[in-house]
Design a protein around this ligand. Structure first.
Ligand SMILES: [Zn+2]
Ligand SMILES: [Zn+2]
Ligand SMILES: [Zn+2]
Ligand SMILES: [Zn+2]
Length: 223
């Protein structure tokens, strides 16, 4: 798998497809357009990445007066939540408001689930003015879904098996042909552990099957 490959992402504000490196600049400009003449409040623009495969990434903003639990909720709802596991930020002062701890350039880590852990790396990219909202966070962009190769033949996979893991600890994915074969040979023709491929670094881990960032973005409504 080409892990160095830079992915494109979707801007939740305008729907454009933008490269990962160019997304910050795009979001700053796009947000400014969408917030003209609205009441605003200062917010951090933060990127979340999966450190072991950085083609998985999200950008969101968080009000500077929010707490770390607001970031926890966004990561759970858009990317990770399977069954209410514990989670933790590794940063000093995580009991305080964000503005007392974060500044542009701050890098910190987050762990979801201390058993089958999903690690997340967070980087504060910028500060900007976000529309005043009841919600302390807002999803701004997410990577376009990756093409996951079949564990047997490398062709595009259609489902993953939540019980069979690669040496790197990722659930194995299969194309149509090998999915059938896998269910037959490894699971006695029972497809209970097969799951749709969700656009998340936690896809299939502990049975995580979504909703994923696309569905989450829809619940936010129009900017
Ligand atoms: Zn945009
Ligand atoms: Zn779980
Ligand atoms: Zn295959
Ligand atoms: Zn399996």
């Amino acid at each position: 798998m080409a892990r160095k490959q830079q992915t494109k992402g979707i801007c939740c504000l305008c729907g454009s497809s933008v490269g990962k490196a160019a997304m910050t600049k795009h979001l700053l400009e796009c947000n400014a357009k969408h917030t003209a003449e609205k009441k605003t409040q200062p917010a951090y623009m933060i990127r979340a990445e999966f450190p072991y495969d950085k083609r998985y990434w999200l950008t969101f903003d968080a009000s500077v007066t929010a707490s770390f639990s607001a970031i926890d909720s966004l990561l759970r709802n858009a990317w990770l939540e399977c069954c209410g596991h514990m989670s933790e930020f590794s940063i000093a002062g995580k009991q305080s408001k964000l503005e007392q701890v974060l500044e542009v350039g701050t890098i910190f880590a987050y762990e979801y689930d201390f058993g089958s852990t999903t690690d997340v790396l967070l980087t504060v990219l910028a500060t900007h003015e976000a529309p005043v909202s009841k919600k302390a966070t807002r999803l701004l962009s997410y990577n376009t879904p990756l093409e996951i190769p079949c564990a047997e033949c490398g062709e595009p996979a259609i489902e993953i098996c939540s019980e069979c893991y690669s040496e790197e600890g990722m659930p194995q994915a299969y194309c149509k042909t090998h999915l059938k074969q896998h269910i037959k040979v490894e699971h006695d023709n029972d497809d209970y552990s097969m799951m749709p491929i969700i656009n998340s670094p936690r896809a299939g881990v502990c049975g995580y099957d979504g909703p994923g960032p696309e569905a989450y973005a829809k619940t936010q409504g129009k900017p």
